[in-house]
Design a protein around this ligand. Structure first.
Ligand code: CP
Ligand code: NVA
Length: 305
């Protein structure tokens, strides 16, 4: 049965750990894994902008011996209304996997429903699971483990990163705190799914609106832009999120040696202060590099199913 990665909880705790182990091994031996040699082609479709995702998938597929085929949604027939399922049928006959950045989660689910090859979510409005795999790899590197650690996320609690931290972090047995103002809390259905996962992994999930309480003794502080792709022009958001900036005050409340994550691109002076993003606790460049290793491991793992 073909496996897809559409949301973080498509992987069981054991499968997530297996992929993170593989990502660590692949980082140590970058060109030692060639499952796509032949080569196989992987289609990477973008309906939204990207730097890191585009580069890391293209480079990673090359490292695996394959050929990346980057397709801009706006220049494909998909952008003119060809059914998603028909696109999946066409791609299934020619490529080894489909990686897609799009808007609604329903769109990537439609792609997967008609695809006989793995479909990977490269960001939707609801989830960014490849990013959180890389974040988990980064936390493991710096903290030695995931289970039992506390990650506090500040800002837009209703966006893709918040939802993926809930599901991916709970799968890893972490304690996930989402700290956001009223009106920007996570989707209750996703909080409930994450809580059910956490009950089995020893983790926990909490939604808070007090930044000092959320930061207290946290091992990891994380944030993301206050204006996600597709939300441009909604300036009232900035005022709502201002008390939720990750800055030196939050860092002082966190556990000693806490690390700071940001999926990037970052807006210094808004969701994160420049001194913290560019400071000694920030691991954001490791995090960006780990997109490469984590996604290579994911593609290799999916290819072997
Ligand atoms: N973090 C991330 O997904 O970056 P890009 O939008 O540049 O791909
Ligand atoms: N939440 C952001 C993540 C960008 C990588 C967005 O969706 O724009």
């Amino acid at each position: 049965m073909v496996r897809h990665f559409l949301r973080d909880d498509d992987l069981s705790p054991a499968e997530q750990a297996e992929i993170l182990d593989l990502a660590e091994a692949m980082k140590k031996d970058r060109y030692g894994y060639r499952p796509y040699e032949g080569p196989k082609t992987v289609a990477i479709l973008f309906d939204k902008q990207s730097t890191r995702t585009r580069v890391s998938f293209a480079v990673g597929i090359g490292d695996l011996g394959g050929l990346p085929l980057i397709i801009d949604g706006g220049t494909s027939q998909l952008g003119r209304g060809e059914p998603i399922e028909d696109t999946a049928r066409v791609l299934t006959r020619q490529v080894a996997a489909i990686v897609w950045r799009t808007s609604g989660q329903d769109r990537i689910e439609a792609m997967a429903s008609a695809s006989e090859i793995p479909v990977v979510n490269a960001l939707t409005d609801q989830f960014h699971p490849c990013q959180v795999l890389a974040d988990l790899q980064t936390i493991r590197e710096h903290k030695g483990a995931l289970t039992g650690l506390t990650l506090a996320y500040f800002g837009d609690g209703a966006n893709n990163m918040a939802h993926s931290y809930l599901l991916g972090g709970a799968t890893a047995g972490m304690h996930i705190r989402i700290c956001a103002p009223g009106g920007y809390h996570p989707d209750p259905a996703i909080v409930s799914d994450a809580a059910a996962i956490a009950a089995g992994t020893g983790g926990s999930v909490a939604v808070l609106d007090d930044p000092a309480a959320a930061a207290r003794d946290a091992d990891v502080l994380a944030t993301d832009t206050w204006v996600s792709m597709g939300q441009e022009g909604k300036d009232e958001r900035i005022a709502a999120f201002t008390p939720y900036q990750v800055n030196a005050e939050r860092l002082a409340e966190a556990a000693p040696g806490a690390i700071v994550l940001h999926c990037l691109p970052a807006y210094r002076g808004l969701e994160i202060s420049a001194d913290v993003l560019d400071g000694a606790h920030s691991v954001v460049w490791d995090e960006a590099e780990n997109r490469l290793h984590a996604q290579k491991a994911l593609l290799h793992w999916l290819d072997a199913r």
